[in-house]
Write a protein that binds this ligand. Structure first.
Ligand code: 9D3
Length: 247
């Protein structure tokens, strides 16, 4: 997948995309990432990228010309068109479903706003979809673009070593994940649950499903009401939390 990111702060992307899974995905060619500095697409003496809002009001607005020039330069001569995403607090909320959809694309182009906003003619004249990552106020669209690239890249076949890893994600079956334990068996007085040491695969599966259901009911009841519970799920949820019986 090709990914182009337009930003006024290219330096912000250096750290996050040079580690771990995204770094490996770039190294082995699964993700071809290019970060573009919008300021390079200004042609005036002072390289101006923003200006005061028409009608007055606080803050600065990103000018349209550099954004158009950048998009035109990046897409010039290409036989296909990128899916164009504008990071915007007023956008469609990002979700795992949208991540899956974007992972199917050949080419994504992100525009990160900064300041109070972007001149509306960018959205009128270019086919951007506005995407938000949630209802909280950030200082710009750079972190949202990184979040989306991370969520999408790991869904590209071959990016995660283990193909089952993405399929078994939280949200993949609509429930939160069960708790994980590794050695030591006892740490500062805290024991690994007995059932996980038992080697009874069916009991372990039921215990994990039970834990997923309890966690989801506790922290994300909205998710629980969206999925079809099986009879086993109903039975597990009916168990009392103190229930230690696993036979
Ligand atoms: C003046 C009103 N503000 C809108 C709530 C202005 C404003 C605040 C923050 C304009 C831009 C920003 C910067 N945020 C983003 O660019 C952004 C964002 C976010 O703040 N939260 C969640 N998702 C996103 S995607 C882009």
């Amino acid at each position: 997948m090709r990914v182009d990111i337009l930003t006024l702060f290219p330096g912000m992307f250096r750290g996050p995309f040079e580690h771990s899974i995204i770094k490996r995905a770039r190294d082995n060619g699964h993700v071809k990432l290019r970060i573009w500095d919008i300021r390079h697409f200004t042609f005036d003496r002072h390289r101006v990228v923003d200006d005061v809002p028409y009608g007055g009001g606080p803050g600065m607005v990103m000018k349209p010309e550099p954004v158009f020039a950048a998009v035109e330069a990046i897409t010039k001569g290409a036989t296909s068109r990128p899916r164009m995403l504008l990071m915007c607090p007023q956008g469609q909320p990002f979700s795992q479903a949208l991540a899956k959809e974007l992972a199917e694309e050949e080419w994504l182009l992100f525009l990160c706003g900064h300041y109070e906003g972007i001149d509306e003619r960018v959205c009128i004249g270019l086919p951007f979809e506005r995407i938000s990552i949630g209802d909280y106020v950030l200082t710009g669209g750079e972190l949202p673009a990184m979040v989306i690239v991370d969520a999408v890249a790991r869904l590209i076949p071959g990016v995660l070593g283990e193909p089952r890893a993405a399929a078994q994600d939280s949200f993949a079956d609509g429930l939160l994940e069960y708790p994980q334990y590794t050695r030591p068996q006892e740490f500062r007085g805290m024991e690994v649950p007995e059932v996980l040491l038992s080697g009874h695969h069916e009991k372990i599966r039921r215990w994990r499903r039970w834990q997923s259901l309890l966690r989801t009911r506790e922290h994300r009841p909205d998710l629980l009401s969206q999925i079809q519970l099986t009879r086993e799920d109903e039975e597990l949820l009916a168990k009392v939390v103190e229930d230690e019986e696993w036979g």
